[in-house]
Each structure stands twice: as structure tokens, then as C-alpha cells.
Design a protein around this ligand. Structure first.
Ligand SMILES: [Zn+2]
Length: 310
């Protein structure tokens, strides 16, 4: 689905692409100034979870420098960097992981790249950042400026770097939320950022236009279960921190929903609208709000993998 936030991001990116020189992007839209402040919650003395920047951001210090996982939306970059500086005074952000290409995760790329931060992502994430994306359900993003593209990419093999609490293992989750989804795990801190494949307080988006699909979402939970132990704190793109029990519950739910969507909706020849009307998620998570956009996109995401029988 495309949220209002996507569209806001789109507008900012368009302005950035137009070459506004010294004009402060943060000063342009009134809604950015009115946004809620970015807040930091210390998960450990070395790990801060930053909320309110458009998506959950992790800042992890090795005592001398900081690694970020995701950078929030561009409208919040200044606030985000202020919050990181308050959590870890005097420490430079030397590494930024992009868990996927969406504007809510990559909005700080340009600012941080300009100050020398090494940006790392899966290769597919970098590819999407080099082009404009026009979703069939609405919304349009412009490519990031070349200097803001991840300078370091990985493919199928996990990438390990850093030291102390900031030692990070980043790995690929195949196609789930997009086709460039990465997790970033900090073994010393025992904190796992799983990007957009999961959400903790709402139905996740399945961006099938850039390679996500429901079967992959279910598979990604298996990848994460192989990493998380009983004490691991798991951070999704949105919502509060959760643990392995919630990950198991989501694995079971998405696996069940995948089979249900395939066999009872797609193979029966339903349209996306009929799939939504069938309320296939009605047994699950009423507290997550309207499941319609999730159902619609999850259903359409199967089209690339299965042909309806009817
Ligand atoms: Zn996303």
C-alpha cells in the first residue's frame, strides 16, 4: 500500500531531485515541522531505538562510533541525527544499513553520505534507489542522488562487520516486503532489526511491485527464527520491540495465511476485491486495524507465482 507518508516522501524527493541548492528541505513543508519528535529508548547502554522518524531506527555504539540501521524519512533527518547525538555524544555515524529501499528507511542517506558514512544494503535495494518507482496503486518516488546510493552491497552471503556491541551481521531475506529485504543482527547486544518484512502494531505492507510477496514474507520469518534466541529483542520497521514468541506467532499466522490465500482465494479465481470481502484475516489481530490493503496486496503478490484454476 502507499501511505500518506510515501506521498510526502515522494514530494520531498522530487524537490531534492530538482536541485534546490542551499535551501533547507526541512524548512519547506509545514507538516514536517509539525511532526512528532524523534525519541530515543535505550535498549542497552550501547543500543538506542529511535522512534518517530518515519520508521524504527537502531543506533548502536561500539564506544567510539555509531552504526545505524535505517535512517527514517528525509523530513526527520535533522531530528534523528540530533537524537543520535544526544544518545552517543561526540560519536560519528560511520555505518548505515538500509534494510530496504523505501523512503521511510533511506531518507537520511544523502545527508549521511555527505558526511562520510558508509551506506550498506542488499544489491536489489541499491538498484531500486537508482530509479524512479511508479506503483500501480498510486505513488511515485524519484531516484536518490547518486551520492546517496549505498556504496557497499551484499548478495546472498551474510556480511559481517564492526566490533563490540556494534558487531553486525547483515543478511538477505529474499523476497518478502520487497526483493531487497535485509535483517541486521547485533550478536553482542542480541538485538535484531528485521526491516519491513514484519510490523508489530499494524498489518505489514507487501510491496509486490518491487518484488515482495506473501510466500516470501512467511519464509522470511523462518530466516529470522534461525537467528533469534529466547532473549533476542526484535525490532520491526514499525511498532514496539518484541521477542521470539511473537515472531513464532507471526510465522504461524503468515504461513497459514499464505496457504489460505493460495488455495481458498487465488485458486478459486477470486478478484482482489473479492479476496478483501472474504475477510481471510478475520481470526487474526483485530488490534492492527483495517487489513484491507494488506489482503489486497498479499493476494496480488501471488499472481507472479501461481495461476488461478478458475
Ligand atoms: Zn517498507
Amino acid at each position: 500500500m502507499v501511505s500518506r507518508r510515501n506521498l510526502i516522501g515522494t514530494g520531498l524527493w522530487s524537490l531534492a531531485g530538482a536541485g534546490l541548492g542551499g535551501v533547507s528541505l526541512r524548512a519547506l513543508p509545514a507538516y514536517a515541522a509539525a511532526a512528532a519528535p524523534v525519541t530515543a529508548e535505550m535498549l542497552t547502554p550501547d543500543v538506542a531505538l529511535l522512534r518517530g522518524a518515519g520508521g524504527n531506527v537502531l543506533a548502536v555504539s561500539d564506544g567510539r562510533k555509531v552504526t545505524l540501521v535505517d535512517g527514517g524519512a528525509q523530513a526527520h533527518t535533522g531530528q534523528l541525527l540530533d537524537a543520535v547525538a544526544s544518545a552517543f555524544p561526540g560519536q560519528q555515524i560511520t555505518t548505515l544499513f538500509n534494510t530496504h529501499w523505501h523512503p521511510q528507511q533511506t531518507g537520511a542517506n544523502a545527508t549521511l553520505a555527505a558526511s562520510g558514512t558508509n551506506i550498506i544494503s542488499h544489491a536489489n535495494t541499491r538498484l531500486w534507489l537508482t530509479t524512479d518507482v511508479k506503483w500501480p496503486w498510486g505513488g511515485h518516488t524519484m531516484p536518490l542522488p547518486r551520492a546517496a546510493w549505498p556504496a557497499q552491497v551484499f548478495y546472498n552471503e551474510p556480511l559481517e562487520l564492526g566490533e563490540g556491541a556494534a558487531r553486525a551481521v547483515a543478511g538477505y531475506m529474499l523476497q518478502g516486503h520487497t526483493d531487497g529485504d535485509a535483517y541486521v543482527y547485533f550478536p553482542e547486544a542480541d538485538v535484531l532489526h528485521c526491516g519491513g518484512v514484519l510490523a508489530a502494531d499494524r498489518w505489514p505492507e507487501i510491496d509486490w511491485w518491487t518484488g515482495g510477496w506473501l510466500g516470501g514474507l512467511a519464509e522470511a520469518t523462518e530466516t529470522l527464527l534461525a537467528i533469534a534466541n529466547d532473549n533476542t529483542r526484535i525490532v520491526a520497521a514499525d511498532g514496539p520491540v518484541f521477542g521470539r514468541a511473537e515472531l513464532l506467532a507471526q510465522r504461524d499466522m503468515y504461513t497459514t495465511l499464505f496457504v489460505k490465500f493460495r488455495d481458498e482465494l487465488l485458486f478459486k479465481g477470486l478478484s482482489p476485491e473479492e479476496a478483501v470481502a472474504a475477510q481471510p484475516t478475520r481470526e487474526y489481530r483485530p488490534e492492527w486495524g483495517d487489513p484491507g490493503p494488506f489482503v489486497n496486496h498479499a493476494f496480488q503478490s501471488l499472481w507472479g507465482y501461481f495461476a488461478p484454476d478458475a
